[in-house]
Design a protein around this ligand. Structure first.
Ligand SMILES: Nc1ncnc2c1ncn2[C@@H]1O[C@H](COP(=O)(O)OP(=O)(O)OP(=O)(O)O)[C@@H](O)[C@H]1O
Length: 234
């Protein structure tokens, strides 16, 4: 578990508006959310409902129009751009749809890179972490020599190597088949639980929700508890 006993993420009455006047869109409408260390939260919702906006605000990439954001107990309001960059580097991990790996680097070097840039006192050991995500046998391969699922595993390991307080995951199964999707989201759940990482995953994939501790629904910028529409017979 994380050494900290503060939440990985706190969104307190966060509103995000894009544009102004008649063009104004409320992407996040008074959203409040607390994600504890080791908790794995999924957010589902239709296209344009505000899911990416939530990740952008939680990831210190976009400041909210109003409301407060805390990551690992650190309040973001009033931070300068340089401080936000440092906070992202040291406290937040990002996992994208396709892994977003550096084409020229081997799997092992993808994990070494954030340690070079970061100044975390105690990063996780890249080789051990690569083994933990089942990729030690591909350590010397570059992204074009890996499958989609393998790239995603490396991307997850890279995001975790600096021991972030908060892991933000955007549609991790979009490019994967059903079995790989289960494996990848199962891996995210295990990492969240075993290493105390507060994890927020945006997904359209309802088949992976059973891996999550909590599922929330985003509709028109409003976040609420998810209520399944149909009961699956499976
Ligand atoms: N930079 C921007 N400028 C203006 N409007 C924006 C901007 N970014 C997002 N929006 C609008 O904010 C609303 C929420 O968008 P957002 O991308 O957060 O939705 P989403 O749920 O992630 O959608 P998807 O599932 O399609 O990725 C939408 O109406 C969108 O058009």
């Amino acid at each position: 578990m994380s050494a900290k006993d503060v939440p990985g993420l706190v969104l307190d009455s966060v509103t995000l508006e894009h544009g102004d006047g008649e063009e104004m869109v409320t992407a996040l409408d008074n959203v409040s959310l607390v994600v504890e260390p080791g908790e794995f939260v999924a957010i589902v919702g239709p296209s344009g409902s505000g899911k990416s906006s939530l990740l952008a605000v939680a990831g210190a990439l976009v400041p909210p129009t109003s409301g407060k954001v805390q990551v690992g107990g650190v309040e973001l309001t009033g931070m300068k751009p340089k401080e936000l960059t440092r906070l992202r580097r040291d406290h937040i991990g990002f996992v994208f749809q396709s892994g977003n790996l550096v084409p020229a680097l081997t799997a092992l070097d993808q994990l070494r890179l954030p340690i070079t840039f970061g100044k975390k006192v105690e990063p996780r050991d890249p080789a051990t972490l690569l083994k933990e995500v089942g990729m030690d046998h591909r350590a010397d391969r570059r992204p074009h020599q890996l499958s989609g699922g393998e790239r995603q595993r490396v991307g997850i390991a890279r995001a975790l190597v600096t021991r972030p307080d908060l892991l933000l995951v955007d549609e991790p199964t979009a490019a994967l088949d059903r079995q790989r999707s289960q494996e990848i989201v199962g891996l995210l759940a295990r990492e969240a639980h075993e290493h105390g990482v507060a994890t927020v995953m945006v997904t359209h994939d309802h088949d992976v929700l059973h891996h999550c501790d909590r599922v929330l629904s985003m509709v028109d910028g409003i976040l609420s508890e998810y209520v399944p529409q149909t009961v699956s017979a499976r």
